[in-house]
Design a protein around this ligand. Structure first.
Ligand code: FAD
Ligand code: UDP
Length: 375
């Protein structure tokens, strides 16, 4: 049996960046991935020439120039800028919350008028917001909270907004300008043709075992590597000995339409509580370097939030106090595992975007290989 320098558990972004640097240092790597493909949640499936984001919309955005240079050194990005639209009972509002939203909602035309509206509606919240509801109302007032936040958030997280941490809503910009860009970061785009090209570059030179669960045969895999890079769920690594960490999961359902343009935008958020899905994604609009009319069909994916159960994909960590405290206990155990590097969204139990995962992996690579981050 071949002995590898590294056994990498998980073929996602964290594993990929570590693999890239390991191979660059002349190290041998075996990647063990449970799914039938590499790429983790970035994986794209080709449907009629449309790169379908199989695990939900993935838009790369960052303020980290080194990370941006790193990915652009590997693949070419398009100029996609995310400008989703929220559908609330047939009323369409621009997201994130900006002058277009305020104008549509209240008929206001100036930032001053919008601020006055919001000021009047947030007077009920005083002091530091204690939960997501208070945070949302203090940022944008009660009208927007009721139409664009409450229903979406409670579907997404399966719990009341009063029981959710406020940081979740602070992910979204609030702007008193007519600017529909969902992100504030200076760098944004999507790899031309989808993310699989990036994945191929990251894992080039590695041996790969797909459809293989590392934990089902851990001893054998541990014996195959000098070191292990583990990017799966941390509680599962330790046999859930302190109890389970909570996650949120998702279910995706596709529709293929015989039209070249179904919803006119890549992302529509469905914010009413009674609509069971949170987003519809029309994938061809991510590929903005290409004229959408070239392909006479289109793929639209509905995204349904779901409670996580054994056997489902754990997409989102639930970073409330209870779960954070439990995670800390697992983290203490992880620190004692000298042969193993833990990293990524699941092993670090953090609501990481792609750029943050890459940054985390570049730092881990520096510690492990003593090299500078970047190419
Ligand atoms: P993952 O991609 O989850 O990779 C971990 C891999 O490990 C998986 O492939 C898994 O199958 C495998 N694995 C786990 N356990 C085992 C085991 N026991 N044996 C073998 N293999 C195992 N980020 C953005 O920057 N922009 C976005 O627009 C964006 N949109 C998102 C939308 C959705 C719906 C979701 C869920 C996430 C989104 N993200 C976005 C976040 C992004 O997906 C993550 O930051 C990134 O994919 C995390 O990479 P990772 O390597 O940590 O984890
Ligand atoms: N959110 C909302 N209405 C929307 C979009 C987002 O209330 O139309 C809230 C919701 O609580 C969500 C959070 O903002 O969990 C962060 O949104 P983001 O788009 O960053 O979520 P992600 O892409 O990570 O699922």
């Amino acid at each position: 049996m071949k002995k590898y320098d590294y056994v990498i558990v998980g073929g996602g972004l964290f594993g990929g960046v570590m693999a890239f640097h390991a191979v660059k240092q002349g190290k041998s790597c075996l990647v063990v991935e449970r799914r039938p493909h590499l790429g983790g949640n970035l994986y794209c499936e080709d449907v009629d020439g449309i790169p379908v984001h199989r695990y939900g919309a993935h838009i790369f955005h960052t303020s980290d120039r080194e990370v941006w240079q790193f990915v652009n050194g590997l693949v070419e990005f398009n100029r996609y800028t995310n400008c989703p639209v929220a559908n609330y009972r047939g009323e369409m509002y621009n997201m994130p919350f900006n002058m277009n939203t305020f104008s549509r909602l209240w008929g206001v035309t100036t930032p001053k008028e919008a601020m006055e509206k919001i000021e009047a509606q947030r007077s009920g919240v005083t002091g530091t917001p204690a939960n997501l509801e208070e945070q949302a109302i203090s940022l944008v007032g009660t009208d927007i909270y009721e139409k664009l936040i409450k229903g979406y958030t409670e579907k997404q997280w399966g719990r009341d907004c009063k029981e959710l941490p406020s940081f979740i809503i602070r992910r979204l910009p609030v702007r008193y300008t007519y600017d529909n860009n969902y992100f504030n970061d200076p760098y944004q785009g999507i790899p031309i043709g989808g993310y699989n090209g990036l994945t191929e570059k990251l894992f080039a030179g590695c041996d790969v075992l797909l459809k293989t669960d590392y934990l089902a045969d851990q001893e054998r895999f541990d014996a195959m590597g000098e070191r292990v890079i583990y990017t799966g769920a941390l509680d599962a690594y330790f046999g859930c000995c302190f109890g389970r960490l909570e996650y949120r999961s998702l279910r995706f359902e596709d529709d293929v339409y015989d039209t070249d343009n179904h919803q006119g935008v890549a992302v529509v958020n469905h914010t009413a509580r009674e609509v069971p899905y949170t987003r519809t994604i029309e994938h061809k609009h991510f590929d903005c370097t290409r004229d959408y009319r070239e392909i006479p069909r289109t793929v639209v994916t509905r995204e349904y939030p779901a409670a996580w159960e054994e056997g489902m994909e754990p997409y989102y960590p639930v970073n409330d106090e209870k779960n954070q405290a439990l995670y800390k206990r697992y983290e203490e155990l992880a620190e004692r595992e000298e042969k193993v590097i833990f990293g990524g969204r699941l092993a670090e139990y953090r609501y990481y975007d792609m750029d943050k995962v890459i940054r985390s992996a570049l730092e881990a690579a520096k510690r492990e290989f003593g090299v500078q981050a970047g190419l």
